[in-house]
Design a binder for this molecule. Structure first.
Ligand code: FMN
Length: 218
């Protein structure tokens, strides 16, 4: 019964968002299989993330975004500095539908929205990049951030929050953007946004287990 309801919600979300990858979706926390053989996770660490506040899918109006919650957990557990990607022109907070309209137009036009501030990625060795799943992509402003920097020799570790689509191949897109980096595709963490928002003890456990498996400590 409970599974049926969850499935219905996912199907509803897929049609609402126009997603085409829900067959492979998971609403559970997902640690994808390891595919990289090489990884250097030592050195100075940074967490970079984008997260949307306001009306969001499945969680109502939120003051702190789902990815933001996970980003704080990762930064705390890994002893990393943290930077939030904030677009100059924010997304509407009071209407989920208006937010997705704008996001969809940005994705279709493959734009690079201007962002506020910056952090010198070049000073770090390991960079976690966190974002919500927006139709199998990070929000476009994440690409704006990535394209401003030199990723040569960095270790990049993606994490994502979602409502059914999981990592959705976004880690490969991040890898393609972060030229010259060793991006840990297949080793990123995907957590359902609702879990991040409403069951932080479970989210915390997943973050710790994931970092532990990667051999990352403070
Ligand atoms: C514009 C938009 C598109 C979305 N597309 C998807 C999607 O394709 N698959 C999915 O599982 N969730 C999708 N979601 C849900 C978000 O990924 C999910 O709510 C996430 O946890 C939000 O994180 P945030 O609060 O950090 O922004 C979408 C949400 C928005 C606003």
């Amino acid at each position: 019964m409970r599974y049926g309801m969850v499935k219905m919600l996912l199907i509803g979300l897929c049609s609402l968002l126009g997603m085409n990858s829900c067959g492979a979706a998971s609403n559970k926390t997902e640690e994808t299989k390891n595919t990289n053989t090489e990884m250097n996770t030592d050195g100075k660490k940074l967490v970079v993330f984008f997260s949307h506040t306001g009306e969001n899918y499945n969680v109502g109006y939120i003051e702190k975004g789902n990815t933001h919650i996970i980003a704080d957990m990762v930064a705390d557990a890994a002893g990393a500095d943290i930077f939030e990607i904030v677009p100059e022109k924010g997304y509407p907070k009071d209407s989920y539908n208006e937010c997705i309209d704008i996001a969809k137009k940005e994705l279709q036009a493959d734009v690079r929205p201007a962002i506020k501030g910056d952090v010198k990625v070049e000073d770090y060795d390991v960079i976690f990049i966190g974002y919500p799943n927006w139709w199998g992509n990070p929000p476009m402003c994440v690409y704006t951030f990535i394209e401003k920097h030199d990723w040569t020799g960095k270790t990049v570790i993606p994490f994502i929050t979602h409502e059914g689509s999981g990592m959705g191949g976004t880690d490969r897109k991040i890898a393609a953007e972060c030229k010259g980096a060793n991006t840990l595709t297949g080793k990123g963490l995907a957590i359902q946004g609702k879990v991040a928002q409403e069951n932080q003890a479970a989210a915390q456990k997943s973050v710790e287990k994931w970092l532990n498996n990667l051999g990352i400590t403070k």
